[in-house]
Write a protein that binds this ligand. Structure first.
Ligand SMILES: C[S@@+](CC[C@H](N)C(=O)[O-])C[C@H]1O[C@@H](n2cnc3c(N)ncnc32)[C@H](O)[C@@H]1O
Length: 485
């Protein structure tokens, strides 16, 4: 694996790829929906059928993505690629030694070849390609411009492709030197310059430095032993993600943000919210933890054994049994997957929100994640008196759903539902529903409550006490915001 390609080669390859249509759209169009969707499931047969004509685009897809030997497409600089160790040549057929695919940023990502059932076992320092988790983090990351950004555990370098153009300086680290070599190739092929790649574990390579943005798709897989660097850290259970969260604030500039994907254990007799919330307690940062999915121990072990193409191998049962036995010894009932965001708000009264969001959300979350954090922080630090004096406006995307028995005077359930962003729903009482109907940022809350009290016959004093309690979660969740006008 070369450290660098000869200076002219990345540009020449990129040009060749673009000319042939080896881009995200070009590949999708060429494969069609069925083969593209099958490929996303790591099933290559439909894609092989769709690329059997031997035309330049088909050959590039077969060579770099599907990993099969091809007759070199006309302009491919085979000798230079072979000298760089990126392909081997045998009897007129060229085979790639890496996986090289276009990415949604318009760049290219280089990684180890994917393993599929029947392939030789993965090497311990396997460098994983960009996939669903990479895209998940990229979509979560704030779009705010950043001065200095850090990508911890850069792997194939994909997060840097997303940060390029948004951050002035980028440092990317990884404990695996092969990963850094692949990442450099990805950046060169994508025309991204000036990234500092540093080898080392956790924050060791950036000791004493601070960043406006830290992102990490870490080796979050929780397994009995660290077998593969790309997904397991060798730390005990979910200790790597815990340490990442606990250490991150020391590396954030004032106002800085850290965003990562994580896995955490659900342990019998313990609330997962306390476990993960505990990681953030004492960091001094505002925090937002979102659980997007939970798997039971068997599903989890199967997923990751399948990921390493170990299903059907002689060791499958032994590895599966070992994994389950280890979970059992720790009383593990499930494994959560989700997002963690830390924000150094500078407040002496930081807040951490831990929640579960199972619904489809509007992507990219990074477009509005700063607003989500701001709403959580501001609501927490607002006194009831300040809230009563604030001019609230219902968010523009909120709809109201009323459900009730036909003919009944009053609904049995009123739900406010966001049609954009996180698409949350909240069951509300009649007072909050009435406020949603009248809050347009023109009047402070208190006179509106007085009007509602008069209309409904409720005591104004009671409403003054009850309404802030009911509104606080709705403000934190973005159903209402405080009008600045
Ligand atoms: C899941 S991959 C993420 C790759 C890439 N950033 C992405 O978003 O697809 C995790 C990366 O963390 C690296 N890693 C493993 N242990 C690490 C450690 N102790 N410190 C830093 N990086 C580590 C692995 O080598 C791997 O490249």
């Amino acid at each position: 694996m070369p450290d660098h390609l000869p200076g002219h080669l990345p540009g020449r390859l990129r040009e060749l790829f673009l000319d042939a249509g080896y881009t995200v759209d070009g590949v999708r169009e060429r494969l069609g929906d069925v083969a593209a969707t099958a490929l996303a499931r790591e099933e290559t047969v439909p894609a092989l059928r769709a690329t059997r004509d031997g035309d330049p685009l088909g050959a590039l897809i077969r060579l770099w993505w599907l990993g099969v030997p091809v007759e070199a497409p006309g302009r491919l600089p085979v000798d230079e690629l072979a000298a760089a160790g990126l392909v081997t040549v045998d009897g007129g057929l060229v085979t790639s030694t890496v996986h090289l695919q276009p990415w949604e940023t318009g760049g290219y990502v280089v990684s180890d070849r994917k393993v599929r059932p029947g392939d030789p076992a993965l090497r311990e320092d396997h460098v994983v390609g960009a996939g669903g988790a990479s895209a998940n983090l990229a979509q979560l990351v704030s779009r705010r411009p950043a001065g200095r950004a850090l990508d911890l555990g850069t792997g194939c370098g994909v997060q840097v492709l997303h940060l390029a153009g948004r951050a002035e300086r980028i440092v990317a680290t990884d404990v695996n030197p092969r990963a850094l070599r692949m990442a450099r190739l990805s950046w060169a092929l994508s025309g991204v310059d000036g990234v500092e790649a540093r080898e080392g574990s956790l924050f060791d390579p950036v000791a004493g430095e601070r960043f406006d943005l830290v992102v990490s798709n870490p080796p979050f897989v929780i397994s009995p032993r660290g077998r593969f660097t790309y997904r397991e850290s060798g730390f005990e259970a979910d200790g790597f993600c815990r340490d990442l969260v606990r250490l991150a604030p020391r590396f954030l500039s004032p106002g800085g943000t850290c965003q990562l994907l994580a896995n955490w254990l659900h342990v019998g007799g313990e609330d997962w919210r306390d476990r993960v919330g505990g990681w953030l307690a004492g960091t001094g940062c505002d925090g937002w933890v979102v659980q997007r999915d939970v798997q039971d121990p068997a599903e989890y072990a199967e997923l990751w054994l399948r990921d390493a193409a170990e299903q059907g191998t002689p060791r499958y049962r032994e590895l599966y049994d070992d994994w389950l036995g280890w979970f059992e010894s720790m009383n593990v009932t499930g494994i959560g997957f989700g997002w963690i965001t830390l924000h150094d708000s500078g407040s002496l009264d930081p807040v951490v929100r831990v929640e579960e969001l199972g619904q489809r959300v509007e992507l990219p979350v990074g477009e509005y994640v700063d607003e989500v954090l701001a709403a959580i922080g501001a609501t927490h630090r607002l006194t009831d008196e300040e809230l009563l004096g604030a001019r609230l406006a219902v968010a523009g995307d909120v709809m109201e759903e009323r459900v009730g028995t036909p003919g009944a005077e009053d609904p049995s359930r009123i739900v406010l539902r966001q049609t954009r962003g996180l698409r949350r729903g909240a069951r509300v009482g009649t007072v909050e529903a009435a406020l949603a109907g009248v809050c347009d940022g023109d009047y402070p809350l208190e006179p509106l409550l007085a009007a509602i009290a008069e209309l409904t016959g409720e005591s104004f004093d009671d409403l003054r006490v009850k309404a802030p309690e009911g509104l606080r979660p709705l403000l934190a969740e973005g159903f209402f915001h405080i009008s600045q006008g």
